[in-house]
Ligand binder design. Structure first.
Ligand code: SIN
Length: 486
């Protein structure tokens, strides 16, 4: 077992972890900050975020108020209004900061930021970089971090568990790619590990989204809340056998695309006066019901009325993907299905990202800040991650004496192929019983099936660690869903 001491260890290399490290290192040049990722650093949800960042630049009261109200309405009365307000108010400063770092958001012919609309928004307020917004932000943050000399990265480094004394977090135990265990002692540990999309068969989330941070925090006794609120994105491309599913950004509907059923009807108006631009929970449920009614495996997204040259300009990734499948978008519609996309609940934090465990922060999708309530408003997730990362980085830093931490177990990967713990089983249980539609019988069945899954005693590779973590977070989702059943 090796030992490593740092000031701050950040688990996860998405927007929340990177932006926190950037802000912290600019306030404290001397801190030793280590960012860990369990895969290649670039593999995270942020890089798949097509849409953008919802932000209100106009200081006019009505603009701020409208963004706040849209967020509260989407959240079905369960947002913390105080949190929503400061996130909306502070978003502008963080977007400006990103632009100062070189993030390039699209501009209109007058040189002003091109603000677009997505579901549930009552005005155009989403900044974007074509349909690659997350990637653009991630790249600019990486460029900025490479110029600092107090932030280090370690990839293919699997966090196993938080190191705890009586009640505080002392760091994390990890499994390195060489199979060695390391105890990383840190004054501050930050969970920025993202969500749980991989619990489901159809998801837009990459393979890393297995809820590791939430599972570790839960085992350590952190307060976790609202795990039932798994958001399904209405329009993932229907492609048999492809995982993760390719996202067709909500911005495409914001631009005027219509959802149609197998008979060609724009069915969304039967469910909501906003049609295809209702909030995600409503659109996903409506698609699900249409698919059930028709026994058709998908619905259509119609962009045939678009100028396809303009479409390719605005949405190059989507346009290339459709072309690669031989879809002629002037004549054919895009087959889409709902897919697990974002977790609105998670590790409870205060308004600066502090969890219920001393020395442990949580930022980004793994956290439950009160911003999203039961259903996140489109493009509010990058906004929340930025605002909370900036706030957490302003917390007074206190260097704690490093106590020698000993962990009893040494999870050593000896290169032996272990029995396969099949995550497909977890996905099947969750997809069939804890997806868009939930019933008491289904959830109780899921609870029983999850409790019977045999778990590895001493996990020693990524598959085994993820298997255990996925059962833990699946159990939290199902328990919370049982409490929330209407
Ligand atoms: C999208 O582009 O539709 C995804 C953006 C988001 O999840 O808010």
């Amino acid at each position: 077992m090796k030992n490593d001491n740092v000031d701050v260890v950040v688990l996860g290399g998405g927007i929340a972890g990177l932006y926190y490290a950037h802000c912290l290192s600019s306030h404290h040049e001397k801190l030793d900050i280590l960012i860990l990722s369990k895969d290649e650093l670039a593999v995270c949800n942020t890089r798949y975020a097509q849409g953008g960042v919802a932000v209100t630049f106009d200081p006019v009261f009505s603009e701020i108020e409208s963004h706040v109200q849209d967020t509260l309405n989407a959240g079905r009365g369960l947002c913390d209004e105080r949190v929503v307000r400061f996130v909306v108010e502070e978003g502008k400063e963080q977007i400006q900061n990103l632009m100062n770092l070189g993030t390039s958001f699209d501009r209109n012919i007058d040189g002003e930021l091109d603000m677009v609309k997505e579901g549930g928004h009552s005005s155009n307020r989403i900044v974007h970089a074509k349909d690659r917004t997350g990637l653009e932000i991630q790249n600019s943050l990486m460029r900025a971090l490479k110029t600092t000399n107090n932030v280090r990265f370690r990839s293919s480094c699997l966090a196993l568990d938080l190191l705890m004394d009586e009640d505080a977090c002392l760091g994390v135990q990890v499994l390195n790619k060489d199979g060695d265990n390391t105890i990383i002692s840190a004054s501050t540990t930050v969970i920025a590990t993202g969500g749980i999309g991989q619990l489901y068969e159809v998801t837009t989330n990459p393979s890393v989204a297995t809820g590791d941070g939430i599972a570790m925090a839960s085992r350590a006794g952190a307060k976790i809340q609202d795990m039932a609120f798994v958001q399904f994105h209405p329009t993932a491309l229907y492609e048999v056998g492809r995982t993760p599913s390719f996202l067709i950004s909500e911005a495409v509907r914001g631009h005027g695309a219509q959802l149609r059923n197998e008979d060609g009807e724009a069915f969304m108006f039967q469910y909501d006066p906003r049609g295809s631009l209702a909030t995600r929970d409503i659109v996903s449920k409506a698609i699900f019901l249409e698919m059930q009614r028709s026994a058709f495996p998908y619905v259509w997204l119609d962009v045939r009325h678009f100028d396809l040259v303009e479409f390719a300009e605005l949405f190059p990734t989507i346009s290339e993907k459709c072309q690669s499948l031989g879809l002629n978008l002037s004549k054919e519609m895009i087959p889409v299905v709902p897919a697990a996309h974002y977790l609105c609940g998670g590790i409870v934090t205060d308004n600066k990202g502090r969890t219920s465990i001393p020395n442990l922060l949580c930022l980004g999708e793994a956290g439950r800040t009160g911003m999203h309530g039961a259903n996140r408003l489109a493009s509010n997730s990058l906004l929340e991650a930025l605002v909370f990362a900036a706030r957490a980085a302003r917390l007074p830093y206190e260097r704690k004496p490093i106590s020698s931490v000993q962990q009893e177990s040494d999870h050593r990967n000896e290169g032996v192929i272990s029995a396969t713990f099949d995550i497909a089983e977890i996905k099947s249980i969750m997809s069939n019983n804890a997806g868009i539609e939930r019933t008491l019988d289904g959830l109780q069945f899921a609870q029983m099936k999850l409790s019977k899954l045999k778990q590895p005693q001493m996990p020693s590779d990524r598959n085994e660690v993820e298997f255990i973590n996925m059962i833990e977070v699946a159990r939290l989702v199902v328990e919370d869903a049982l409490h929330n059943l209407d």
